[in-house]
Design a protein around this ligand. Structure first.
Ligand code: FAD
Length: 353
């Protein structure tokens, strides 16, 4: 088994939120070195993939060429802040660990004004994250005694929070924002940001900011597009239960895939799904090699913990493959769920030690 990843360390995206508030002083705390894979007899190559030929299952990196009996494409979503004029100059990137650290520093200096959390394009991974960011920033400012002279606003192209989870979950999240005095603007497509005048220009309206926290545009990695693996969605179509692609022995999992749900929307891009899909693919490949039946199936079930501040988290979970639409519930925030979220990360990091 060979794993190729250009990034030497592994971490969970949720760590960014704790870095942002300073609860976690530095992103390094949540990082683990991929070289630990060697202890399981897995070869790790810290290299960049430059070409994939799915028909022959060949992968070329900057250093070498490899050929597999099986190929699992798990290259995630590429963040492309450069696609939105002004983003790189004006916004702190919530989706990168370094960006989260910069937000931490900016928030600790913040002495009042308008903070905007901006979702630039759809789709973006972890549909809860910008909402968590707004709630955590509100909590942080209140604890620092500057909430009274601050405004917090969230702008998104979505028509409600986490649309795929349905109107009930969306209404609950929107109420949480309202209760905390966070302004919320839906169906806002940003055209550009002007760092000079600190204004964000949308199709119809515009707004100003003093501190801008952004979720950059996402797209599938170029190497995946060039391999001819994507369809009109821009992402890799797969069998929703086995994650197989149209190429024999080639699977795709995680953020790089698009799975259309019964209601026409797409499965959200989230780590819990990437992980569950990985288990299915690994189990079936191992079974096939042993000459056993390949019976593992991904069932579309998932969950997530939403940080709301004050040491509490809400829990959303459900069946995203349900018909006619995903069945998702959101349980109210508690300290217990927040502890479970920490445990969620701990159990994913300990395997690397
Ligand atoms: C702020 C934030 C909070 C989040 N919170 C949650 C949460 O609470 N729960 C949850 O389930 N999910 C959460 N997520 C989403 C989660 O992080 C992603 O859905 C998950 O990481 C997807 O896994 P993946 O393996 O598909 O992609 P990734 O984790 O992005 O991994 C892709 C890997 O491919 C490598 N790569 C890309 N291109 C190349 C190349 N050309 N050559 C070599 N290597 C390459 C990258 O270095 C990367 O390591 C959150 C994300 C963010 C940003």
């Amino acid at each position: 088994v060979v794993v190729i990843d250009r990034k030497r360390t592994f971490s969970l995206g949720l760590s960014n939120l704790w870095v942002m508030t300073g609860e976690r002083p530095h992103p390094r705390i949540g990082e683990r070195d991929r070289s630990a894979l060697a202890r399981k007899g897995i070869k790790y190559l810290n290299e960049r993939v430059v070409a994939i030929d799915p028909a022959t299952r060949r992968v070329r990196t900057e250093q070498r060429e490899l050929e597999g009996d099986y190929l699992v494409v798990a290259l995630g979503a590429e963040l492309v802040p450069q696609e939105l004029p002004g983003f790189r100059e004006a916004a702190y990137n919530l989706y990168e660990p370094e960006g989260a650290l910069q937000i931490q520093q900016a928030l600790s200096r913040f002495d009042g004004g308008r903070i905007v959390v901006l979702v630039t394009r759809l789709p973006f991974k972890c549909p809860a994250a910008p909402y968590e960011a707004a709630l955590l920033i509100e909590d942080f400012l209140r604890r620092r005694g500057v909430r009274g002279r601050s405004e917090i606003a969230l702008y998104t192209p979505e028509d409600q929070p986490m649309p795929v989870a349905g109107p009930k979950v969306g209404a609950k999240l929107a109420a949480m924002l309202r209760e905390r005095g966070i302004e919320y603007f839906t169906e806002q497509t940003v055209l550009r940001i002007d760092p000079e005048s600190r204004r964000i220009l949308f199709e119809v309206e515009e707004t100003r900011y003093n501190l801008l926290v952004g979720v950059p545009p996402h797209r599938s990695p170029a190497v995946v597009r060039e391999a001819g693996l994507v369809d009109a969605t821009g992402w890799v179509p797969v069998n929703p239960e086995t994650l197989s692609t149209k190429y024999e022995g080639v699977y795709a999992i995680g953020d790089v895939v698009s799975i259309r749900l019964k209601n026409g929307m797409f499965l959200p891009k989230a780590g819990v799904f990437a992980e569950a899909q990985a288990r299915v693919v690994a189990t079936n490949i191992a079974a096939e090699i042993r000459g056993e039946p390949t019976t593992a199936r991904f069932n579309g079930e998932g969950y997530c913990y939403l940080d709301v501040g004050g040491g509490r988290a809400a829990k959303g979970y459900g069946d995203f493959y349900a018909a006619p639409a995903p069945r998702v519930v959101l349980k109210p925030p508690s300290e217990q769920y927040r502890r479970e979220k920490e445990e969620f990360e701990r159990t994913r990091l300990e395997v690397w030690l």
